[in-house]
Design a protein around this ligand. Structure first.
Ligand code: AMP
Length: 203
């Protein structure tokens, strides 16, 4: 148990700013931002796995669970071997993982969730607009098409949202994701401060 990776889950619908906030938080010592979507996007598109990622992501669907967990685990081991991540001292900020109940079950033996930051937003149409703008800025193929974006929300509702119920409700911290990047960052930082102190006081 003691060897499981300490982590904070960044949880919420597509476009709620988990990635932006995760990157900012990851600049602090002791935190490492790990976005599964980024791991997938860094794959060589000519490899089998790279092609599979394109196949699923271009439809707004999840890559199959077993492939995803295997890739994620290999990636984390690589970070440890490279000295980028030290499980004894760092907290992983998990962005986009787990994204389905089977993934949550497969990860149970590997991760020790300290908190789950749930980024909440109201209006889906507002989110769709935000994602199209982001797609233009970042050249993301999956968010350029409104039908694909809407499918990503359906997948979130049906496959990802139930993951929240898998964890101890005491771990869940709701954060209002509407506001400027700075405003949301302040809210998330305030929520995480006690989590960080507790994690390292007790070791
Ligand atoms: P994101 O950047 O988090 O929006 O992820 C982009 C795409 O990567 C998703 O639409 C999925 O196709 C794939 N992906 C990211 N995380 C996962 C995951 N945990 N499980 C399966 N597929 C994922």
């Amino acid at each position: 148990m003691a060897d499981r990776y300490k982590c904070v889950l960044l949880f919420g619908a597509p476009g709620t700013g988990k990635g932006t906030q995760g990157k900012l938080l990851g600049e602090n010592d002791g935190f490492l931002h790990l976005a599964t979507g980024d791991i997938f996007r860094s794959l060589d598109k000519q490899t089998e796995l790279g092609k599979k990622f394109l196949y699923y992501s271009s439809r707004g669907e999840l890559v199959p669970d077993d492939l995803t967990i295997e890739l994620w685990q290999d990636h984390v081991r690589g970070l440890i071997d490279a000295g980028t991540y030290d499980p004894k001292h760092d907290i992983l900020l998990l962005d986009g993982m787990p994204r389905s109940l089977p993934q949550a079950e497969m990860l149970a033996a590997l991760i020790h969730p300290l908190a789950i930051i749930h980024f909440t937003v109201g209006d889906i149409d507002e989110m769709v607009k935000r994602m199209k703008l982001r797609a233009e800025k970042e050249g993301r193929h999956d968010d350029a098409d409104e039908n694909v974006i809407r499918n990503r929300f359906d997948v979130y509702r049906n496959e990802t949202a139930p993951v929240l119920g898998h964890f101890d409700p005491k771990l869940v911290i709701e954060v209002d994701a509407i506001g400027t990047i700075e405003e949301v960052h302040e809210r998330v930082s305030a929520a995480l401060m006690p989590v960080y102190e507790k994690a390292f006081d007790t070791t």
